[in-house]
Design a protein around this ligand. Structure first.
Ligand code: FES
Length: 341
């Protein structure tokens, strides 16, 4: 005997059998719930439970115990214990449907010892309506997919920029990327994901990135340059070493172009000459703020960083609904969405 689930904003009702997750049953019955990784790593399927309760076979990586206590659940991992009424928690702008297309490699160049800048050219007739913060999938010949976030706010002349960390043994970043040359074709699906800037949320913003989690945040910040409606912006960017801060000069040149822009690089393996912040980004943030209840947050990096930062923010009074995040996730160890520093 299963349990009934009702989606409060659409009124849709479906039944979840004993061995199914809420998301499994929704997909089986044609009910659309936001989702992406389907293994508890990205947080896209977060829902708020208005009634009922759920359990997990294993507590998911992309949910904190504090979120669970506040009534949030991850639909892709949650099994209902009772009938449930829920609302998808990741509300936001309406996003374009992804399309398959063939992109042409325009440029590959090193940004650091293990991060490359990849520039792709989209077909001229493709109207690529992505939101800064979203990503694309590269489709490999064996059917596998690799996800990379757009680092540019808009396609400039249909060119898109990506920051790609080389993953040891990675089928794309190690096998394919070093051999790519201008003119090569890549099958891609774009746009993907729900991580994006929420213009409707007019609060001071704190962006937190580690490693190439900076890429989607760079896209969002670029979209806000010289915007008179831009709320105050703080950026905490965690990297290992000073040489890894590949966008530092560019960010410093944006100081007068983003409202009250506060850029805080944080190094986990700083050299002796470094006089800036060291350690973990979430700790630097906690040292700088006593109360963050008035802020909105955009987090992108490793699942561990995202989870740890959420816990810090909740402890400082943040509202869960305005913590927007995107974790790098690894589909059975195969996905090369770049690893955070
Ligand atoms: Fe559920 Fe990613 S789809 S956490």
């Amino acid at each position: 005997m299963g349990h009934k689930v009702r989606v409060s904003d659409t009124g849709e009702v479906f039944e979840v059998s004993r061995d199914e997750t809420i998301l499994d049953a929704a997909l089986r019955t044609g009910v659309r719930l936001p989702h992406e990784c389907t293994f508890g790593g990205c947080g896209t399927c977060r829902v708020r439970l208005q009634e009922g309760c759920v359990h997990y076979d294993e507590f998911p990586m992309a949910l904190t115990p504090e979120e669970a206590e506040q009534g949030y659940a991850l639909a892709c991992q949650a099994h209902p214990d009772t009938d449930v009424v829920l609302t998808p928690a990741n509300h936001g702008p309406v996003l374009a449907e992804p399309v398959h297309t063939v992109a042409e490699v325009h440029q590959v160049e090193p940004l650091t010892a293990d991060i490359s800048r990849l520039v792709l050219q989209l077909p001229e007739d493709l109207d690529c309506d992505y939101r800064p913060g979203q990503h694309m999938n590269i489709l490999l010949p064996d059917g596998a997919e690799r996800s990379f976030s757009m680092a540019s706010a808009f396609p400039f002349g249909n060119e898109l920029e990506f920051h790609v960390r080389h993953v040891p043994g990675g089928a794309f970043t190690q096998e394919r990327l070093p051999a790519l040359k201008a003119g090569d074709a890549l099958d891609i699906e774009i746009p993907k994901g729900t991580f994006c800037y929420h213009a409707e949320d007019y609060r001071p913003m704190i962006f937190v990135a580690t490693g190439t989690g900076f890429a989607p945040i760079r896209a969002m910040l670029e979209s806000l340059l010289d915007d008179e409606d831009c709320p105050p912006v703080s950026l905490y960017w965690g990297m290992r070493t000073e040489a890894d801060l590949y966008a530092r000069e560019e960010l410093e040149s944006w100081l007068g172009r983003l409202y009250e822009f506060n850029f805080v690089p944080v190094l986990s393996r700083a050299g002796e000459s470094w006089t800036g912040r060291t350690g973990h980004v979430q700790d630097a943030l906690a040292q700088d703020f006593q109360d963050v209840s008035e802020y909105a947050f955009y987090l992108c990096g490793s699942p561990q960083m995202v989870t740890d930062t959420k816990r810090v923010l909740l402890g400082l009074g943040a509202e869960m609904d305005v913590i927007y995040s995107d974790s790098f996730t690894f589909h059975h160890g195969q996905n090369e969405k770049p690893v955070a520093a």
